[in-house]
Design a protein around this ligand. Structure first.
Ligand SMILES: C[S@@+](CC[C@H](N)C(=O)[O-])C[C@H]1O[C@@H](n2cnc3c(N)ncnc32)[C@H](O)[C@@H]1O
Length: 428
């Protein structure tokens, strides 16, 4: 397929997403099933246009003076594919599968500079999220929101139970892969360009052998800051598919015990195969809440990787950005508060309660911590500036650190997904 055919297909998929309010991945999969002639390269390119259009929906709409799927598709190519209105029209000429070329009116609109667009457009976020982003990032909010609308890198974590980072890098032999800036076991494959695609690292023998996991550097940093060490008793209260569990297990060198729990049994399903592949042997999966009772007051660390809006992961799930509502934010906040109250009981005196979200909203982060501490007197904050310095000396500028209330990571500041980390020590 030429660019015109790929653009037409992307517009079709964007129409489907808009009409049926469905996740982008589902719409793309269905398109692929009904167009089996399209090869892997075509599918990747179509996916890139769709995801670029969703990440940069407002910028694309502003450039094209409209927000119909056609405007978003063309806008994505102008914003992220190095195309100009003229080069695009030249590329579409003579391609019978291409959409109509840009009209005179569209050409005039598309020649505007995005630098002249209002803040909310350059931030590429829904109206109702702007005050939340401003609350989180202050004067940097447009740049931070813009970074949340960029293409993400692909990050891996070397599983030190089986292989160090250098060994994984050598085995993968990818010219573009490099050590991450902060996480000691992380490997970064930079964001793709144009119609490219990331390598299918999960098809690599090294992945099958458990030498590495796919995990954003921010998630690796959050797990590392928890400070799990060999011999500890750790409860991973919202373990899900086990991304943090596996990192904790490696940090503990397979010694001590991790109890991996999640309220939704089916979310835990992938963890068993992942534990087997990683050769993590110090993890017990505990699906039933009643079976956690004996752990009450005995854990060195209780880690809450809380259900949240996921606003820190908008680079990877841009459709979620536009589906999110303030009611959902309130629902997540209520869940977070209830989990903090319940899970904190498992911390032993002197132990740590670790609270993590992949959201950038203050209401889910520092605000949630303030409210919990006002309810539960028995916890004091650790010194987050000192904690960060211990792990990442000389990198104070790579995170937003509030000594008492926690550490925030973001794409613009840390080069990671948006994450929040706070550790509280049980004093009574
Ligand atoms: C952010 S995800 C966890 C991701 C996982 N820790 C990882 O690193 O891959 C949050 C998880 O919290 C779980 N959850 C939601 N409410 C819960 C509750 N009341 N108790 C325990 N887990 C809950 C969800 O099912 C979801 O799997």
């Amino acid at each position: 397929m030429r660019l015109g055919g790929r653009l037409a297909a992307a517009i079709e998929v964007l129409e489907d997403i808009g009409r049926r309010h469905r996740p982008a991945a589902d719409a793309l999969r269905d398109w692929g099933l009904s167009h089996r002639f399209a090869g892997g390269g075509d599918r990747a390119a179509i996916g890139n246009i769709v995801y670029d259009a969703l990440r940069r929906r407002r910028s694309a709409g502003w450039m094209m003076d409209g927000d119909a799927p056609r405007a978003l598709g063309f806008g994505a190519l102008l914003l992220e594919w190095g195309q100009t209105p003229q080069s695009l029209n030249a590329a579409l000429e003579g391609d019978k599968f291409a959409p109509e070329p840009l009209s005179e009116t569209e050409l005039a609109a598309a020649s505007r500079s995005l630098a002249d667009a209002p803040d909310i457009v350059r931030a590429d976020c829904p109206d109702w999220c702007a005050p939340l982003l401003e609350g989180a990032f202050g004067a940097d909010w447009v740049a931070e929101a813009g970074a949340l609308a960029a293409r993400p890198p692909l990050d891996l974590r070397a599983n030190t139970l089986k292989a160090g980072r250098d060994k994984v890098l050598a085995e993968l032999g990818l010219a573009e892969a490099a050590p991450t800036a902060l996480a000691p076991d992380g490997i970064r494959i930079p964001p793709i360009e144009g119609s490219g695609r990331h390598p299918n690292v999960q098809a690599e023998p090294a992945f099958q052998k458990g030498w590495f996991e796919v995990q954003d550097e921010g998630s690796q940093i959050a797990a590392l800051l928890a400070g799990a060490a060999p011999g500890m008793q750790v409860l991973d209260y919202c373990a899900g598919a086990g991304g943090k569990t596996l990192a904790l297990s490696a940090a503990m060198e397979n010694r001590g015990q991790i109890f991996a729990h999640d309220a939704e049994k089916q979310r835990l399903a992938p963890i068993f195969e992942r534990l087997r592949r990683a050769e993590s042997r110090n993890v017990q999966v505990v699906a039933k809440p009643a079976e956690l009772s004996p752990l009450s007051g005995h854990m060195d660390i209780v880690l809450i990787d809380a259900p949240c809006t996921g606003s820190g992961t908008w680079r990877r799930r841009p459709d979620a950005k536009w589906r999110l509502t303030d009611r959902q934010l309130e629902a997540r906040r209520a869940e977070q508060a209830a989990i903090l109250d319940t899970a904190s009981d498992f911390v032993k005196p002197g132990g740590l309660l670790v609270y993590i979200t992949c959201s950038v909203f203050e209401a889910e982060n520092g605000g949630q911590i303030d409210a919990f501490r006002a309810r539960a007197g028995a916890f004091s904050a650790v010194d987050h500036a000192a904690l960060w310095e211990t792990h990442f000396p000389g990198h104070a500028a790579a995170a937003r650190i509030d000594r008492e209330r926690g550490i925030s990571l973001s794409p613009a500041r840390s080069g990671t997904d948006g994450f929040f980390f706070c550790a509280l020590r049980r004093v009574g």
